[in-house]
Design a protein around this ligand. Sequence first.
Ligand SMILES: Nc1ncnc2c1ncn2[C@@H]1O[C@H](COP(=O)(O)OP(=O)(O)OP(=O)(O)O)[C@@H](O)[C@H]1O
Ligand SMILES: [Mg+2]
Length: 367
Amino acid sequence: MDSAIDDIIVGQSAAVKEMKKLIEVVASSPTSVLVLGETGSGKELVAQAIHAASGRSGRLISVNCAAIPGELLESELFGHEKGSFTGADKAREGRVELAHGGTLFLDEIGDMPLALQSKLLRVLESRTVQRVGGNTEIDVDFRLVCATHQNMQARVDEGSFRADLFYRINVFPIQVPTLAERHVDVPLITNTILAQLTAVGGGDRPSLEESAMTELSRYPWPGNVRELRNVLERAMVMFPGQAITSTHVRENLLRMKAPNHDEEMDALWEASQDLSGVDLIADKAEAPLPHPSHYADWFSYFDGIDMRRHLRDIEVVLIEAALAHSNGMVSQAAELLKLRRTTLIEKMKKLMIERPGSNDDTNTASG
Ligand SMILES: Nc1ncnc2c1ncn2[C@@H]1O[C@H](COP(=O)(O)OP(=O)(O)OP(=O)(O)O)[C@@H](O)[C@H]1O
Ligand SMILES: [Mg+2]
């Protein structure tokens, strides 16, 4: 394993090892990578690891497509010539040019406006860029890494993301596991982050009792590693140089109760979002399902749960995902779900799920 990857991405769980292997395999090639994963799961770190292990001598240039308004994003990406718009008093290189010889990281690519998607597609096809207000083609050689927390196939289906651009960026997808899916890594990540926080901010590093570490490992972490980092920052402030107990963790550090039903559902929904995830490495052994045991501690953190509604929501997402995966073939979807075909059809009727691209002909023998 390239040690640069290990230095950047901490973790020894099966899910993380698998991901690091994929990073290592793809890093030295010019292939475009699409990093998928929930908020706070470490998508940006994956981009850094790919660049570090790529051997490319240029820089890693990041652009957050969601954070920059559409009108500015174009000149940010492609640069502009002097006088091309009010306020453009100097010519400026775009981020694409700056990434020459290196890696261009387009974060939150799912949020890129449609008009810019066409322009990006042209750049990817021609490997040249034209500054705003300019008319010369500038050759660029960069490795593209994109990231998103969105379901890109759904964006394509609803028409807000160009299918041709999606195919171009989705050459090699890498799914970042949720922290709950690699909870065995929580102690290692916790110690790494505490060391980082101490190195950067000084302060007396608290220590965690074993039971406190167990408590952290059991929490479902809907905000993933970023949430863990926030909790540890809070711990540095509240318990400098002290021994943190499991009671401290539960009562002072973890967010205790979701304020209302909708937030609770949002957190759950987020936690199960990836069930409908884009088709990833086909023979990936581990399904990215929240482990049922993660619900064991539910009532330590939340007041209640609408269980029937939640289970129904999971059913809907899984059935729709299976149908999409099997191109609407009901019997194939039933196989994916390990259900009898007739049981699946019954469920689809009850949940009012239609086969994609069909007018409810679930009763015909075609599936
Ligand atoms: N394996 C890890 N080891 C240590 N720290 C990590 C790890 N993964 C993520 N982090 C830390 O967690 C935080 C969130 O990571 P990052 O910004 O890469 O996530 P993200 O998926 O890009 O999030 P978002 O979707 O919110 O942009 C960062 O502070 C990062 O350093
Ligand atoms: Mg990010």
